[in-house]
Structure formats: structure tokens, C-alpha cells
Write a protein that binds this ligand. Structure first.
Ligand code: MRU
Length: 369
């Protein structure tokens, strides 16, 4: 992504490897600032406080967190501690556990003196792979958008609704749900994005709108409850969202409110696509509702909103009656039956066990091969 003419990934190692740099997403859209993470503790805190967020970027940051830990102490106990501390930062996004398992598999067999360099190399490889996977998702999703565009009057925009932020900021670059949109826009197709504000933390209003604006993609921010109405009136051609964990059967966990959009989409015959790199698939799970852990976050995210009065410093304001309790489940599960297709780096799969395994035969149970 380019911000003010400069290309950025969302995470990159500092020269010499003593620290990793990230974009502080808690300050967006009010201020674009980077943050230096120089230790395991700082990497873990950045994930749990959502300085970085979005399933693929959480995994990439965790990998770099292990690399920082190995620079400080490459011993077995330090490696085990790093894996366990980082593994406890956010419960729903499975990319975190995928990235940590990968770091463990590379590092555990090595003698400690070889671990710092190997950890840095593996964390960098993880980031490069994420960029390649997201770019491929963009290519496959572009075909879907182009097919809708071909059915519309010449020049009429394809209206795409998205929820939360599954863009460049949620990955190392490109995004998942937004990658096809960027590719379509760059290819000269007319696209317009309905951006769900995505309460409570407003990742849509704050982050998706910010990055679409920076790339020049036409978009309109709507309150979370507007999507159904827009679909009833023919103003949404397709929905594309991301996911934090998808089961081997195609059930999809994503930011709270995604399920309601899928229900509205089905009622109105609007295709509902989920874009994901394969590290977001949890091949061990078959029942998303029963098996995917749903993060419960602080009630303060519901009772208070971050905003900016005029040009002043951003500050939190209370929006809920003092004394009223608030609940904050951060994700919900959309059953596979409501998902039109999964846009992956290998192509578009039906949201089903067979569909996913046809694209990823290496994950088929042995007797199915
Ligand atoms: O709580 P967040 O902001 O980390 O949640 C992110 C989402 O729900 C995204 O839509 C999802 O991670 C897909 S990211 C490509």
C-alpha cells in the first residue's frame, strides 16, 4: 500500500534486526504513526491491545515476536515461554497458532546458537508468503467482480459490502477481502464499497475507510444496521468479508455482526464471499459454532468510543448510560450454508469439506485421498 507516496507493508524488521516496526492501528484514522517493538513483551502487548490486528498480521507479528525473544535468549525455556506468551494474546485468529507452530518446528530442532538468525529468516519468510497469498486471493477475486461488472450497464459500479477491516492493514500487504477490490479498481473496473462501521471498535469506519481512501477506491461508510436495507433495495451486488478462523467444513468466524450480514444476503439473493489465505483454515475443526473460541473483550469498547473533536487529540467518550453493563463478544460464526464461496490463494472453493479438500488435497484425511 502507498501512504503519501511511500510504499508500506504493515510490519518490517528494523535494519540489523534488533526490533520490528509496525503501524500503530489504534491511532488510525486520526494519525499515521509507526511503533517500534523491541522485545517479546512489546510484541505480545501490541497484539493484545490491537496496535496490530487482523488474523494474518497477528500471525506475522507473533513470528517476529519469537525472533525478538530468540535474540534475547535462544535457550529452550525462552523458546517455550515465547510460544506460550504469544499464543495467549488473542484466542480466535488461528493464524497466530499456525505461525507459532511453524516457528517452533523450525527452531526447536536447532542448537540455540543458530536460533536467532533462523527465527529472523523464518519470520521474514512468513511475511513474504502472506503477501504472495493475499496477492493471489486478489487475482481470484478479481474474476468474480469482473463477472458481476459484465452483467451491469457499462460504467455502472459493482457495489460490494464489507465488514470490519480485512484489508492491507489486517495482513502484511494487499489484504484478504479487499485484495480483489484493489485488483478490480487497479484494472479499471468501476467498484464502490459499502463499509460497515463495525462497532464496537469501528475497524470499518476507522481502518477500511482509511485504506480505501488512501488507494482512491470509491466507498461509503454505513452504520452496521444499514446493510440489510441496502440489499433489499438492490444496492449491494456482493458481500466480501475476511475471516479469523474457518473450519475444514467451511464455517467462518469473523468480526461480530458478520453472521447477520450473511443472513440478510441470503434472504436477498446477494452472493456472500469470504476471502482467506489457507493459514486461516483450522483443519482440525468441523463445527464452527461448537469449536471456535470466541474472544470476549472489554465492555469499555462498547460503552466508550474513540473520536476526535475538531483538530484536537483523539479521546474516548462515553456513549452508554453510566452503570449499564455491556457485553462484548468480538466474533461470530457464519455457518457454511450461508457462504457462497471461499476465495483462497488457490482459487474459489465451495464452503464445504469437499470443496476445501479439492483445493487443498494435502489436508484430505488419508482414506479420502
Ligand atoms: O479483532 P480484529 O480487528 O483483529 O478482527 C479482524 C477481523 O475480523 C477481520 O475481518 C479478519 O481478521 C480477517 S483479516 C484479513
Amino acid at each position: 500500500m502507498r501512504i503519501a507516496g511511500r510504499h508500506y507493508r504493515t510490519i518490517w524488521p528494523e535494519e540489523g534486526g534488533a526490533a520490528v516496526m509496525v503501524i500503530d492501528q489504534t491511532l488510525l484514522p486520526f494519525r499515521f504513526a509507526t511503533r517500534r517493538l523491541a522485545s517479546l513483551a512489546e510484541a505480545a502487548e501490541a497484539i493484545s491491545t490491537m496496535v496490530v490486528r487482523g488474523a494474518p498480521l497477528i500471525g506475522a507479528t507473533a513470528a517476529h515476536g519469537v525472533a525478538l525473544a530468540m535474540r534475547a535468549d535462544p535457550g529452550d525455556a525462552a523458546l517455550a515461554d515465547a510460544l506460550s506468551i504469544l499464543g495467549a494474546t488473542r484466542p480466535t485468529a488461528v493464524n497466530l497458532h499456525w505461525a507459532l507452530a511453524r516457528m517452533r518446528d523450525v527452531l526447536a530442532p536447532l542448537p540455540p546458537r543458530e536460533r536467532p538468525a533462523a527465527a529472523a529468516a523464518e519470520a521474514a519468510a512468513n511475511c513474504d508468503e502472506d503477501v504472495a497469498l493475499c496477492r493471489a486471493i486478489g487475482e481470484h477475486g478479481l474474476g468474480l467482480i469482473a463477472a458481476v461488472a459484465a452483467r451491469k450497464p457499462p460504467g455502472a459500479p459493482v457495489n460490494i459490502l464489507t465488514h470490519c477491516n480485512a484489508g492491507w492493514l489486517a495482513t502484511v500487504d494487499w489484504g484478504t477481502a479487499l485484495a480483489p477490490i484493489y485488483r478490480a479498481h487497479d484494472a479499471g473496473l468501476s467498484v464502490h464499497v459499502w463499509v460497515d462501521e463495525t462497532r464496537p471498535r469501528n475497524q470499518g469506519a476507522a481502518l477500511t475507510a482509511y485504506e480505501l481512501g488512501a488507494h482512491g477506491v470509491p466507498h461509503t461508510v454505513i452504520v452496521d444496521n444499514a446493510g440489510g436495507h441496502l440489499m433489499q433495495h438492490g444496492k449491494v451486488d456482493m458481500v466480501i468479508v475476511g475471516t479469523d478462523r474457518t473450519t475444514a467444513t467451511g464455517d467462518v468466524a469473523n468480526k461480530i455482526g458478520t453472521y447477520l450480514k450473511a443472513l440478510a444476503a441470503q434472504d436477498n439473493g446477494v452472493p456472500f464471499y469470504v476471502a482467506l489465505p489457507s493459514p486461516t483454515i483450522d483443519w482440525r475443526l468441523s463445527d464452527g459454532l461448537a469449536e471456535i473460541p470466541i474472544e470476549e473483550r472489554s465492555p469499555q469498547e462498547v460503552t466508550h468510543l474513540l473520536g476526535q473533536a475538531g483538530e484536537g487529540e483523539p479521546s474516548l467518550v462515553r456513549v452508554v448510560a453510566p452503570g449499564s453493563p455491556a457485553a462484548n463478544p468480538a466474533f461470530d460464526v457464519t455457518p457454511a450454508r450461508l457462504v457462497t464461496g471461499l476465495i483462497t490463494e488457490r482459487g474459489i472453493a465451495p464452503a464445504s469439506s469437499d470443496g476445501l479438500r479439492r483445493l487443498f488435497p494435502e489436508h484430505a484425511p488419508r482414506q479420502d485421498r
